[in-house]
Design a protein around this ligand. Structure first.
Ligand SMILES: Cc1cc2nc3c(=O)[nH]c(=O)nc-3n(C[C@H](O)[C@H](O)[C@H](O)COP(=O)(O)OP(=O)(O)OC[C@H]3O[C@@H](n4cnc5c(N)ncnc54)[C@H](O)[C@@H]3O)c2cc1C
Length: 318
């Protein structure tokens, strides 16, 4: 009983990035416990995901081809049954819309303590989970009592698992009583039809209140086009109605993990940083040399964005 079970997340035929991140978190925990890491994927045609989950450090992959896409009752039944079969020390689930839907039910069925939204896990004579509180202003350490535990981990906090492993892939049979399935997902509608999902973007140009006026957004849109990047924003831009909600990065917006995040006129408030600190490279342009964004930026330009952006456009277009 020192193994860890990590449950992948998928939507519309694609594994969500958090799936690979929770494999890293799960491996970390399994290493501390000296156990194996089991990955699981539930819902519909899941065999297509098995090879993708076979990253370095994964010992076994369990596919549960029940239901179609995400279904609460099916996922609860499958994860519960897998937990009972494997008897691990921890089940690690994504702190995503799906994960937060089924994790409490799984924990209740199995009488496990549940700690949600973990941003770090420490194991030293017992598990301590780090969470954030008060709008990410405070970090709390939750000590978990001895025994198995259910966790949800926040996306963008662990690096994605990579490489190719040698995991055994097994189809897990779970006997699901059809009458126990009381809800189904009837369809899928993107917010802002035709718009992009910033959480999947590789290059992001993000704009904050430094842009001053809605009309000026054209300038950063031009830069995003020149860089073939996705446009995102801090909350005030969205609150002003200048860009749709699905472009908001942060605690009450989306978590993004691009290769490059270019922050233009963004101060770097904790609620914003919560959504973008997982970017590989952060570049900030801000007139204020003391802006908190520079504390986490890999490269910083202390200058007026209205001077810098046109120059960048010119360089990238030529
Ligand atoms: C519960 C809660 C949830 C929240 N959720 C989110 C969230 O999800 N996402 C989010 O972003 N915020 C969120 N916020 C708001 C957050 O606290 C900040 O208010 C917000 O992030 C600030 O946005 P900003 O950096 O664009 O604006 P400001 O803090 O006003 O910063 C503007 C920056 O632009 C710089 N600047 C000005 N002019 C120029 C120029 N010409 N060139 C270059 N730089 C310039 C300034 O020096 C300044 O640093 C939340 C707040 C709360 C309380």
């Amino acid at each position: 009983m020192s193994d860890v079970l990590a449950v992948a997340d998928h939507r519309r035929g694609e594994l969500r990035p958090v799936s690979y991140e929770l494999l890293t978190a799960g491996r970390e925990l399994a290493d501390a416990l000296d156990g194996d890491l089991h990955a699981a994927v539930v819902g519909g045609n899941v065999d297509r995901f098995a090879d993708k989950l076979d990253c370095e450090g994964v010992d076994a992959i369990h596919t549960v081809a029940e239901g179609s896409e995400f279904n609460h009752d099916v996922t609860v039944a499958a994860v519960t049954a897998l937990f009972e079969a494997l008897d691990p020390s921890a089940v690690v689930m994504p702190n995503s819309v799906n994960g937060l839907d089924y994790a409490p039910a799984v924990a209740t069925r199995l009488s496990l303590p549940l700690v949600t939204d973990a941003v770090a896990l420490d194991y030293d004579d017992g598990l301590t989970v780090t969470r954030e509180m008060y709008g990410s202003k405070v970090e709390t350490a939750v000590a978990v009592d001895e025994g198995p535990v259910a966790l949800t981990v926040r996306g963008g906090e662990w690096p994605a698992a990579e490489g190719v492993g040698e995991a055994a892939i097994e189809a897990f049979e779970v006997d699901i009583d059809e009458s126990s399935i009381r809800s189904t997902v009837r369809g899928f509608e993107e917010v802002g039809a035709g718009d992009v999902d910033i959480s999947e973007a590789e290059f992001i140009v993000s704009v904050g209140r430094g842009i001053e006026e809605e009309e000026n957004l054209e300038l950063v849109e031009e830069l995003a086009d020149a860089l073939d990047a996705t446009l995102a924003a801090s909350r005030p831009i969205v609150d002003n109605g200048w860009l749709p909600k699905n472009r908001q990065v942060g605690q009450s917006g989306k978590v993004v993990t691009p290769k490059v995040y270019l922050a233009l006129g963004i101060s770097g408030a904790v609620q914003h940083v919560a959504g973008m600190k997982g970017a590989d490279t952060i570049i900030a342009v801000n007139t204020d040399p003391d802006a908190p964004i520079f504390d986490i930026a890999d490269y910083g330009i202390v200058d007026d964005l209205f001077e810098v952006v046109p120059e960048l456009i010119e360089r990238f277009e030529s």
